[in-house]
Design a protein around this ligand. Structure first.
Ligand code: 13P
Ligand code: SF4
Length: 350
């Protein structure tokens, strides 16, 4: 068993020894103890972009499984992507599997014919990205969802947006699609939920998935902040529910939240509705501003948190010794199709 200090020493030494052969991307939701070793930190879009340009032989990905898959898809076959803990998944990505997606597609194309284009949030498995790629669609992230939905509407009349209903709904609303032109596909009941009367009116079909972290922010939390801190501005991630986004002052991706806080004047007050590790980091790095979490009982993303110092140390030692137990390797055929979807996004937003 190594002490905290020994692990830090070990990681520092391996990083130094391996030099440019090793690259460690870290998502903004990672713990401080991990992010301190990241060669690049960013949101999902930034990490996909830096991975695509990476020459390093070993990429030890500090984030969740779908992000490591994306890095593997965007790099060459001789580059190895390692996830320090295989249990670092994403409950949202798990809400859409390929069988459910194929079934939804069958039912929906029976209803809408060839008027439908699939889009998937990058928070999805490689298999879902492959399905979307094969059907002419693209991936989106919270940083470019608006441009990508606009792009999609130029191709087809209707969209199927996987797997986050909230990002899909919030983005479509921002682009002026009325709520009564949206329906929800329930993959468990295999049923379309639609309150309106004419299905022909439907323009956006939202997959019934959500982020278990961002769904915890409520309009009650907003009421509390408005009551107790009248000067405070509320900023939330678009994975939050529609009502929460509507009642907040500002909404945007992780990157947008970070930049907004950075540019805010000293003394300004903010309640932030996003993942706790990031909110704590913003609190610590902007002590001239008053920052709180929108939900005082907020927890960090548990799967992001699975990557900790012991797992990072173990993963790096493995790589250093030439073992790749936790290699993430997307099968070729899936990777080829998924890459189509990813490239349609990267070309649009790079
Ligand atoms: P972004 O990095 O695109 O803001 O996504 C947030 C998230 O939930 C990542 O898992
Ligand atoms: Fe998945 Fe939400 Fe965690 Fe992101 S924050 S990894 S979407 S569960």
């Amino acid at each position: 068993h190594m002490s905290h200090e020994e692990m830090i020493e070990r990681i520092t030494k391996i990083k130094k020894d391996m030099g440019e052969e090793l690259f460690i991307p870290g998502h903004h939701y990672q713990k401080d103890e991990v992010i301190q070793f990241a060669d690049a930190s960013g949101d999902s879009l930034q990490l996909a972009q830096v991975s695509a340009q990476q020459k390093a032989k070993y990429i030890v990905f500090c984030g969740v499984h779908f992000m490591a898959e994306t890095a593997d898809i965007l790099t060459n076959a001789d580059q190895k992507v390692i996830l320090p803990d295989m249990r670092a998944g994403c409950s949202m990505a798990d809400m859409a599997d390929d069988k459910q997606t194929e079934e939804a597609w069958r039912e929906l194309t029976a209803l809408f014919g060839d008027t439908l284009l699939p889009l998937t949030y990058v928070n999805s498995t490689a298999a879902i990205k492959a399905f979307v790629g094969q059907h002419g669609g693209a991936t989106v992230t919270s940083s470019n969802a608006k441009q990508m939905v606009q792009w999609a509407f130029k191709q087809k009349q209707r969209l199927l947006f996987l797997p986050d209903q909230h990002l899909g709904r919030n983005t479509a609303v921002e682009l002026g699609v009325p709520l009564d032109q949206m329906a929800v596909w329930d993959p468990i009941a295999s049923k379309l939920e639609f309150a309106g009367d004419a299905v022909e009116d439907i323009r956006v079909i939202l997959w019934k998935g959500h982020c278990s972290v961002h769904e915890n922010f409520t309009t009650k939390n907003i009421e509390q902040v408005r009551k107790n801190h009248s000067e405070m501005k509320i900023i939330v991630h678009p994975e939050c529910k529609y009502e929460v986004v509507q009642q907040a002052d500002l909404a945007g991706s992780t990157k947008y939240i970070i930049e907004t806080i950075k540019q805010a004047p000293a003394g300004s007050e903010w309640a932030i509705g996003t993942e706790m590790n990031l909110v704590n980091r913003l609190i610590n790095s902007h002590q001239d501003k008053k920052i709180i979490s929108l939900n005082p009982f907020m927890c960090p993303c548990l799967t992001m948190n699975r990557i900790d110092l012991p797992h990072l140390t173990w993963a790096l030692e493995e790589v250093w010794e030439g073992n790749y137990t936790n290699r993430i390797s997307v099968p070729n055929e899936i990777a080829q199709h998924a890459k189509l979807a990813l490239n349609r996004m990267l070309q649009g937003s790079l």
